[in-house]
Design a protein around this ligand. Structure first.
Ligand code: LHQ
Length: 263
């Protein structure tokens, strides 16, 4: 359900249920989390690239999955779908957001519901021209999950976030780019190479600094300006004692390419 390939220092993870638009089932969620954990623990991996097999990135939760599909039989006990979030989605999303390497999402087609918000939680989101994003939740009587309520207003502001979440319309990649929801759009045929090139570039960069950048930006949202300045100084102190700063400055002054190794 998850195809894993290693190209240099990039771990490519491909959601692989193309016949079901990579809709997420419990086994898929478990395997994806395991694959992220393996990447986190493998010191040779310096970037994760997440994409989908076939024509979709992911249609989100598989609505036919017995874990979540309401039982239609009269008198049947309703299912606690929040439990599904607690048990499978939240640990997955938290693992991705705290991964010790940057995460690139290559959105190759439609990304709906949890599939959209998983992609939007990546550090750099690149989409194919024909890709689209759908906050499908309200259509089926739910709210955005997998971080959607946190991510959307921060990425595009309250007005657009609520428009996307309430109306649930399919948003084309170009519009997503224009409103600042994603970082880049490329022609469909170029997506695999373009996303891999970004991942390879990130993999060659000082991993620890990249991950601390992500963390500092997330933390800054909770801080006032002065506290954010002080937090930057604390993190900068730590990075200043690390190998990659020494290497980065030495390489710059020696006019040679750097070799980073902190993780
Ligand atoms: C699907 C799905 C799907 C099953 C397409 N499931 N079969 C978390 C935890 C707990 C509970 C609930 O929720 C969550 C978070 C969530 O993710 S909730 C949101 C779940 N996702 C959706 O509501 C999206 C539903 N799908 C769609 O709106 C469309 O299929 C999209 C926009 C993804 C794609 O549209 P099209 O390109 O027109 O394709 P299609 O609709 O024809 O779908 C192709 C097939 O895939 C079709 O089956 P069929 O047998 O007719 O070929 C769909 O039924 C199936 N499929 N999404 N989530």
């Amino acid at each position: 359900l998850i195809q894993s390939e290693t190209r240099g220092a990039v771990r490519l993870l491909r959601l692989n249920r193309p016949d079901a638009l990579n809709a997420m089932t419990v086994p898929l969620l478990v395997q994806l989390r395991q694959a992220l954990e393996l990447a986190a623990q493998d010191a040779t991996v310096r970037c994760v690239l997440l994409t989908g097999a076939g024509r979709a990135f992911s249609a989100g939760q598989d609505l036919a999955d017995p874990h979540v599909a309401p039982t239609r039989a009269p008198g049947a006990a309703p299912k606690d779908i929040g439990h599904m979030l607690d048990q499978y989605y939240i640990p997955l999303v938290l693992r991705m957001r705290s991964l010790p390497v940057p995460v690139v999402a290559a959105v190759n087609g439609v990304a709906a519901g949890a599939g959209a918000n998983l992609a939007l939680g990546a550090d750099v989101v690149v989409a194919a021209e024909s890709a689209s994003f759908v906050q499908a939740f309200a259509r089926i009587g739910l709210i955005p999950d997998c971080g959607g309520t946190w991510l959307l207003p921060r990425l595009v502001g309250r007005a657009k976030a609520l428009e996307l979440a309430l109306l649930g319309d399919k948003l084309r990649a170009a519009e997503a780019l224009a409103m600042g929801l994603i970082a880049r759009v490329v022609p469909d045929v170029e997506l695999p190479d373009a996303a891999m090139a970004i991942a390879q570039r990130l993999a060659g960069m000082p991993t620890r600094a990249l991950v601390e950048t992500r963390r500092a930006m997330d933390d800054a949202l909770k801080l006032d300006f002065e506290a954010a300045l002080r937090r930057e100084a604390t993190l900068q102190s730590q990075l200043g004692f690390a190998h990659d700063y020494l290497e980065g400055t030495a390489a710059f002054l020696d006019k040679r390419p750097p070799t980073f190794k902190d993780r």
